[in-house]
Design a protein around this ligand. Sequence first.
Ligand SMILES: NC(=O)c1ccc[n+]([C@@H]2O[C@H](COP(=O)([O-])OP(=O)(O)OC[C@H]3O[C@@H](n4cnc5c(N)ncnc54)[C@H](OP(=O)(O)O)[C@@H]3O)[C@@H](O)[C@H]2O)c1
Length: 236
Amino acid sequence: MELDLRALEEMYAYPSRSQPWIRTNFVTTLDGAAFASDGLSGSLGGPADTSVFALLRSLADVIIVGAGTARAEGYLPVKREEVDADLRLRLGLKPVPPIAVVSLSLNIPVAMIAPGQLVITTADASPARIDALSEQVDVIAVGEGEIDWIQVKSRLAAYGMNRVLCEGGPTLHGCLIEQDLVDELCLSIAPVMASGTAPRTAHGPSAVEHTMTLGHVLQVDELLLTRWVRSRSSSD
Ligand SMILES: NC(=O)c1ccc[n+]([C@@H]2O[C@H](COP(=O)([O-])OP(=O)(O)OC[C@H]3O[C@@H](n4cnc5c(N)ncnc54)[C@H](OP(=O)(O)O)[C@@H]3O)[C@@H](O)[C@H]2O)c1
């Protein structure tokens, strides 16, 4: 099946909200591995997953990523040619979404220490590192011992960054799931069995059971592009 990018824009449109909506995007093998034998996830989904990955970036105000993924995958700030300029103009978005690297150690890849980018960490992270990073990037340092995600969401809302895209990895995803902060999961299921030692797309110390509702499922050749929305009661 050919991808109709215009139709996909509507299928992946963010809901209109005045609060951040956290969408996570992952690819997995049939047996649940979050990366291929090269230790990276990019090769798993093929061209259709790559197209959706780019579309989701084009729709986002901000991309958050764990420092582990930023280091493993050699993250770089998003370039203008990597996103759909017309789409962003139509939606009233800035030309490119910044990337917010999440880290406790503040071992941030040098390429990500660039004006316009963000770092999310705790208030009790190394003051010297926070000071040094703050000269180049916007540092959101909230929470003691662990990041206070409610405060992170408030800060992102204050910046007008309500369309949040989380590109992983499994440690960050596990934390967001545990705290019931994932509003939507975009999951590509690749027609591959992997075994090996790769983790699932989320892990953490505590198991939870958060029900999701199917938004859509698309088949492109043997790849399944799925979208799941968190089912919350009105009191949530
Ligand atoms: N299948 C997929 O779609 C997909 C998507 C993304 C990544 N991946 C793969 O996942 C692997 C990386 O896994 P990972 O679990 O190491 O990824 P990760 O969650 O990106 O990185 C873990 C690191 O990020 C920081 N971090 C994450 N959550 C945090 C939190 N709640 N609070 C503070 N810091 C936090 C910490 O950095 P510090 O160590 O700096 O404190 C932590 O050590 C890579 O091989 C990548 O290719 C797969």
